[in-house]
Design a binder for this molecule. Structure first.
Ligand code: NAD
Length: 365
């Protein structure tokens, strides 16, 4: 199916999303922070975690399963170990507030381990690694997802048991090389990418989905069935090894972090709730910064000197695809498919933002 994409500048998209979130009840600063996080995800090519999440957020606000204007609470402060509760506030706000605690703490003590529980969708987890990296710190994040039916089947299973449990790892760059920024779902692809395929009328690649009978399928509809009995599942990345990572994120974020795990008792809340275990390290507490920079340059040069198997596809370092997409989208605008845009307009109407006003905000009229 051929779809005509809208193209919006990031500034105009930020403006309409900020206004919509304010109408949904967020104070202006929170609305701006969430809008920036979502549009930044689109700019980096992660449409799955961009403005397309708005209808879900509005659904959860109106259903009172998430609470706008709720900041981070410190529930435990043991110095190098901290515990936080998100009060089901916007993850984009609460997660950033957590990093603002962890960055000075890691500088002071060399490292800090933190758990965050009971927070609404944290969005693009790489955003938190980027905050640490911008401060010259290393950060590692393991996340689990509860509050709605599970999406990812265990290796050898046919029914879903987990969320798409992302992992993010950031290592600062050097004067010659950009930071390493690995940010990935532990499913073969993120659910939002299946939604994007469905909205565009496309199929997904083989090996990503199974149907309700556990049979391989490329039809994205199995993840958004009209009949719950027909729900399929995403598969973990990398067979048993990816399944191990997916399970590890569940245990670290949902058990060790003092939160909750994915099971029938937590699946029926009609919301998106994340748990996160984060480790932030000041590398200067482990090694001398010059030696680290030298070694980083050596390894990145060596890895990227591997001749590409396909000359059109050079060897990249994690974080590079997002930077390249951002450069392109800043210049050409952010493509938004019509189904996603329609969902945003509908969500806007539900919170008192008429379509005509939303259209005017995004078109600059
Ligand atoms: P992806 O598959 O697009 O990218 C994963 C990682 O691979 C990125 O770090 C990227 O830089 C790197 N990469 C891509 N191509 C590469 C190449 N050729 N060479 C080297 N590295 C390369 O990401 P995804 O798994 O679809 O995740 C999308 C987003 O969804 C992430 O931001 C993630 O945090 C988010 N997410 C959030 C939740 C949540 O509950 N909050 C759940 C799942 C995913």
């Amino acid at each position: 199916m051929l779809t005509t994409m809208h193209h919006f500048t990031d500034t105009r998209l930020r403006r309409v999303v900020r206004t919509l979130l304010e109408r949904a009840g967020s104070e202006p600063a929170e609305a701006a922070q969430v809008a920036d996080h979502l549009v930044d995800a689109n700019l980096r090519g992660h449409d799955s975690h961009g403005v397309g999440m708005i209808p879900h957020y509005v659904h959860n606000i109106t259903g009172k399963t998430m609470r706008p204007n709720t900041g981070l609470s410190v529930v435990r402060d043991g110095g190098a170990v901290m515990g936080f509760d998100g009060g089901m506030g916007f993850g984009q706000r609460v997660g950033a507030e957590m990093m603002e605690h962890l960055i000075p703490r890691a500088r002071e003590l060399g490292a800090v381990v933190a758990s965050l529980r009971n927070v609404h969708h944290l969005g693009r987890i790489g955003a938190y690694a980027e905050m640490a990296v911008a401060a010259g710190l290393v950060s590692i994040h393991f996340v689990n997802v509860i509050g709605h039916p599970p999406l990812v089947a265990p290796h050898r299973g046919s029914q879903a048991r987990f969320g798409t449990n992302p992992i993010a790892i950031g290592v600062p760059g050097t004067s010659r090389h950009a930071p390493f920024l690995l940010d990935m779902a532990t499913s073969r692809i993120a659910l939002g990418k299946v939604r994007v395929a469905l909205n565009k009328g496309e199929r997904v690649e083989p090996g990503i989905l199974v149907d309700a009978d556990g049979q391989p399928t490329t039809d994205p509809k199995v993840m958004f069935p009209d009949d719950e009995a027909l729900r399929g599942a995403l598969l973990p990345l990398g067979l048993h090894k990816g399944y191990g990572l997916l399970f590890a994120a569940e245990l670290l974020a949902g058990v060790v972090g003092g939160g909750e795990t994915s099971h029938p008792g937590t699946a029926g809340r009609d919301t998106i709730c994340n748990g996160m275990l984060s480790v932030v390290i000041d590398p200067a507490s482990l090694t001398d910064p010059e030696g680290m920079e030298r070694e980083l340059d050596i390894i990145v040069d060596y890895v990227t000197s591997s001749p590409p198997a396909n000359p059109d596809e050079p060897v990249l370092v994690a974080g590079a695809p997002e930077r390249m997409t951002m450069e392109k989208r800043l210049a050409e605008g952010i493509p938004v498919d019509p189904v996603t845009w329609e969902g945003i307009l509908d969500a806007g109407e539900r919170v008192g933002l008429p379509r005509s006003e939303a259209q005017a905000l995004v078109s600059g009229a």
